[in-house]
Design a protein around this ligand. Sequence first.
Ligand SMILES: Nc1ncnc2c1ncn2[C@@H]1O[C@H](COP(=O)(O)OP(=O)(O)OP(=O)(O)O)[C@@H](O)[C@H]1O
Ligand SMILES: [Mg+2]
Length: 304
Amino acid sequence: MSEAIEINNVNKVYSNGFVALKEINLKIHSGEIFALLGPNGAGKSTLINIICGLTKKNTGDVSIFDFDNEKSYKQARSLIGLVPQEIATDSFEKVINTIRFTRGLFNKPNSDKYIESILKKLSLWEKKDQQIRTLSGGMKRRLMIAKALSHEPKILFLDEPTAGVDVDLRKSMWEQIIKLKQLGVTIVLTTHYIEEAEKIADRIGIIDKGKIILVEDKRDILKKLGNRKIIFSLANEINELPKSLKHFDISVDKNKLIYFIDKANEEKELPKLIKDFAHNSIEVSNIEIKENTLEDIFIELVKK
Ligand SMILES: Nc1ncnc2c1ncn2[C@@H]1O[C@H](COP(=O)(O)OP(=O)(O)OP(=O)(O)O)[C@@H](O)[C@H]1O
Ligand SMILES: [Mg+2]
């Protein structure tokens, strides 16, 4: 099956001479949730806008299910739904009408059934006859998603879908995004929230200063980060590590012992460590396990 999106050698220089994208090569697989992570100004929106045909690239090609996004703009565009980063929603128009209208723009025949299913999925059905300006901020964001889905696209772009959205709503949006994936929609989202990528993405791309610096399966990234650590809080401060503990990957920080778990030897090492604590009269008052997160790798990569 063809890739949902193929980007080859894309460069972007804005008219003021600013180089926003450098030699971007990227494939987005059909049916996946792909998260594009990167700091402010990294080039995330520029890349999304280029794929969607809103911003012109200087060099390279982009194809959407094999349709070149410039030469076959119409076909490519009809396969895409975009929820832009900035949303304007002061309209007096009714919720349901705006969805019907957008669908019409793409020359799709009216389908009350489809529109109803989308509004229900996004928990907006009760609001269907309300004017857009009377919706809450979170509802407006969901309406933008409904609008982007109005013409039944196969790929949905969400540029910072949960920026400024409270924790509960963010979680419910994640659920909705996962539901869309289950319907077969390919999802590309940008985010600053590493947790977001960690929770819902299948693959993650990290972009910094216009360059893609990493694209990988989320599970592989987390596996690579691998090693967890256990922090033992001690009842008493110790100045130096007792001899018998020195062969463990362990460091002392006043009344804390930080043990870096070696996954391969975890089962053998841990019981031994606990025994050695007892042997050295080290009294543990608390144990905390710290899992590495994407944040760790992100900080690692971006500071380079
Ligand atoms: N029209 C433009 N003219 C000149 N420079 C621009 C233009 N649009 C964007 N840029 C610059 O390109 C760079 C990338 O911007 P972009 O909006 O793609 O970043 P982003 O990764 O989406 O950031 P954010 O996380 O803040 O949304 C920034 O330095 C920005 O100032
Ligand atoms: Mg942006």
